[in-house]
Ligand binder design. Structure first.
Ligand code: ADP
Ligand code: MG
Ligand code: ZN
Length: 500
């Protein structure tokens, strides 16, 4: 979007105005099957291969509730310190959109399964902010439209659109905050810290892949401004589907500077949805916001109400992971970190990925050294968070295991990581496809050693004469001949054996 929009200098914004935030996060659950049918939910499958009459909304089909999704919803609610509704229902939210074949979304409206909770977040400087949670409700995802034939991939200028209903009916939880007030200039930072903390909590609950880049965690950011000293809220805008942590921060900041310029110029902020533009960090108008009445909500007649028993809720409470603050304390002890080291890892967004790498079998030191050096560089170059890199902690742990077993050297391991980051598959796939395994076959290595000795007879003579240091030149030649795929220590041993 290149229309000229006025913005106000940020310092002036926060001097004159007080921002209010509201964050809506949609999280796709990682259940094996969809919310109301038995279709698989695997990401990236061939379009329209994971569909059935129910999720396609064909006449006469009936929904059946996914019990595992309800359990995840209750666990999320409990982890967010919410009340769990003793009785609640689904509702139909009626609207037409091509990627929603039923013409209504089965959602929850005035009877969410979880409500009135809170979450504490720690800002990078150690300050704690408590964010109120209004509700966490269950719903289903829509399908995906792909607009073809235009330059931008957007609907404008496209010649036609393709629809993939694989995602239609995947269980979603929408988590909505109460208005976040009183954070002033730190509003953008708080927004980012909230989504980060929520993502970490959901990951610890093991209920979702929480991949913002793949859309399994999506954030809509509501922002409004009011004059300092005024208690009524200003009109909000809702920036939709912001898909990285950094973008959440940028979108909030931009909306503050844009709305301030509108208000200072005597204008009114329009209540609307807005799109975020990664390239320049701006937002542009979407649609004028519907009101709840527009959706003609009514209770879903094809599903039974949910009435979780006390025992069920208490059993689920027993499955909650350690609280983030306690977990941090334990990690600091287990990994033997100073306060400063822990703070650095937290600010680098490295604690959770390292912890998961440790859970997958690496030692804390091994895991830490990968995430704070090589992987941190890769994340930096790409401008993403460590957790957003397209490599999982389990994959990093596998690379570490391959190094420990001698199947990879450190330099080969980096190439394997590059391959995983480039989307070439799991570490073992990359090793096989790129032929990166260490040459550990002694007969192959001996042949390379003999060749190198023959090529440098004077060096060979020195070694035979007892000058062991001279072996370095031969090791170098063998490493070169094997594309760095030999274990240098083993090569040295073989050279000395040959020359003794
Ligand atoms: P909608 O259906 O419009 O998406 P929701 O209730 O789902 O509305 O979410 C609105 C979010 O915006 C909530 O987090 C709410 O706390 C927050 N919010 C409400 N009013 C304001 C306002 N004036 N300024 C900023 N945030 C607001
Ligand atoms: Mg909403
Ligand atoms: Zn289905």
């Amino acid at each position: 979007m290149t229309t000229m929009v006025e913005t106000m200098d940020y310092d002036e914004v926060v001097e004159r105005f007080d921002p209010v935030l509201g964050l809506e996060v949609h999280v796709e659950l990682s259940t094996a099957t969809k919310m109301f049918c038995g279709c698989a939910t695997t990401f990236g499958a061939e379009p329209n291969t994971q569909v059935c009459p129910t999720c396609l909304g064909l006449p006469g089909s009936l929904p059946v509730m996914n019990g595992a999704a309800v359990e995840s919803a209750i666990r999320i609610g409990l982890a967010l310190n919410c009340q769990i509704a003793p009785w609640c229902r689904f509702a139909r939210k009626n609207y037409f959109y091509p990627d929603m074949p039923k013409n209504f979304q089965t959602s929850q409206y005035d009877e969410p399964i979880a409500f009135d909770g809170w979450m504490d977040l720690e800002l990078p400087d150690g300050e704690t902010v408590r964010v109120g949670i209004e509700r966490a409700h269950m719903e289903e995802d829509t399908g995906k439209s792909l607009h073809v034939g235009g330059a931008t991939g957007r609907i404008h200028g496209a010649s036609h659109s393709l629809l993939d209903y694989n995602r239609a009916g995947v269980p979603l939880i929408e988590i909505v905050t109460k208005p976040i007030e009183g954070v002033g200039a730190r509003a953008p930072e708080v927004a980012r810290a909230y989504v980060t903390a929520l993502r970490d909590l959901l990951r610890a609950l093991d209920v979702s892949d929480v991949r913002m880049d793949q859309g399994s965690l999506r954030c809509d950011a509501n922002v409004s401004l009011r004059e300092r000293g005024v208690s009524e809220f200003g009109t909000r805008t809702e920036t939709k589907n912001v898909n990285s942590l950094r973008s959440v921060e940028r979108a909030v900041r931009y909306e503050m500077t844009r709305q301030a310029a509108v208000l200072a110029g005597g204008g009114e902020v329009v209540q609307e949805t807005r799109h975020f533009h990664e390239a320049d960090g701006s937002t542009s108008p979407g649609r004028v916001k519907e009101t709840a009445e527009d959706y003609r909500y009514f209770p879903e007649p094809d599903l039974v109400p949910i009435a979780p028993s006390e025992e069920w809720i208490e059993r689920l409470r027993g499955t909650l992971p350690e609280k983030p603050a306690e977990r941090r304390k334990r990690i600091q002890q287990d990994w033997q970190l100073s306060d400063l080291e822990l703070r650095d890892l937290l600010n680098a967004g490295a604690v959770e990925v390292i912890a998961s790498t440790v859970d997958a079998g690496a030692t804390p030191d091994e895991a830490r050294s990968w995430w704070v050096s090589y992987l941190a560089q890769q994340a930096n170059t790409r401008g993403v968070e460590l957790a957003e890199l397209p490599i999982s902690p389990a994959q990093v742990a596998r690379v570490i295991a391959l190094v420990n077993s001698g199947e990879l050297t450190n330099s080969l391991a980096k190439q394997v990581v590059d391959g995983v980051l480039a989307g070439e598959g799991d570490p073992d796939d990359v090793v096989a496809a790129r032929g990166l395994a260490v040459v550990s076959d002694d007969s192959a290595l001996n042949a390379a050693v003999d060749e190198a000795l023959a090529a440098q007879p004077d060096v060979a003579d020195k070694i035979r004469g007892g000058k062991v240091q001279a072996a370095g030149a031969i090791v170098g030649a063998v490493m070169k001949a094997t594309n760095n795929q030999a274990d240098a220590k083993r090569v040295r041993e073989l050279i000395l054996e040959r020359c003794s």
